[in-house]
Ligand binder design. Sequence first.
Ligand SMILES: *Cc1c(COP(=O)(O)O)cnc(C)c1O
Length: 419
Amino acid sequence: MDSKTLYARAQRVMPGGVNSPLRACRYVNSEPVFIERAEGAYLWDVEGRKYIDYVLSWGPLLLGHCHPDVAEAVYMAVNKGTSYGAPCEGEVALAEEINKLVPSMEMMRMVSSGTEATMSALRLARGYTGRNKVVKFVGNYHGHNDAFLAAAGSAAQIVPGTPGVPEGVIQYTLLAQYNDLEAVKAHFEQSGDDIACVIVEPVAGNMGLVLPKDGFLQGLRDLCTQYGALLIFDEVITGFRLSIGGAQQRFGITPDLTTMGKIIGGGFPVGCFGGKREIMEHMAPCGGVFQAGTLSGNPVAMASGLATLKALQQCDYDALEARTTKFASELCNILREKGQAIALNRIASVYTLYFSEVPVTNMIESSACNGDLYAAFWQQMHAQGVNLAPAGFECTFTSFAHTDEDLEQTLEAARKVSF
Ligand SMILES: *Cc1c(COP(=O)(O)O)cnc(C)c1O
């Protein structure tokens, strides 16, 4: 069956025909193609077209699609049952592996998505500190929890970021622009005794890639320590991607709590939150902060996550970073030679190429980028078998499965784009 027919069927039974809005490809004025299968760096759609994939399920597949070790671990696990509703060794083994690689996560709890991880971490921070307020950054995404879906209204007012979020739920949410340490300081000066936590993507990946300015993360660390608030690193994207120890290892800054997702499931629905033992022991059944999950620590998902982390430890992160750096800057050069103003943000194996005259350091600058030019670029790349993120304000990921030939073929496609 072709994508058009499937999309028509999908739109009858699912809003917009999708289970997550960006997949509808509306930001690139296109319709989604339906995928039949994936392997390594490639996707094949239902009509048999092959794509070099730079979305990689929005980040989880740093090893590429269907890595043989991960697939093998999953088959083995399925043969032993798909869910027990009781403890199993896989949960312990994955937690031990994460603790080894990210030592600040002395204890943790597995959940089934990044959204659940941040939601639970926020509850824990509030329960632990006995305070209500949370500082979050405009353009940082922490899943679709009510408390984080707040937007800046007029006159420093905070308003719901989507219909369906009551004003009461975001009354404790304080906003600041990313990289604006002064704004965070002002929040602490005004309501420091009621701020439970600051939550931040240590490298922002949901307004396109935006790097923290020098001193920004350390500044957050210092303010949280000074006022007795918890610093939460949302490493759902950066965990195991920026380095095997995540952003906290790469920048040498230790948060109180960390949330993980994406890569730790290796393509299965897994999230996780963890941190200092003393804080984590406030979770039920040790402590009073309630949280639970029917499929948490699912044995198949744990096997996938563990096989992924084991395989990643054999991978050469520096080499992938060097190749990605060269690739992304060559891509920029190609577009600049076509007369486009491009701002490039890049770290490790992730980058965003913005159609922008100015560097992008926060949401204001990210929103000002030219979406129409990106759409034109995306469509022409897609037609040539290159799958980029279907919105200009998203990250582009490379994986250990991408060969030099894949990257060169992608550059060759870019050379043929016209504006
Ligand atoms: C993807 C993402 C989430 C949400 O994870 P889901 O598994 O989609 O719920 C949270 N935080 C960050 C930084 C993310 O990129």
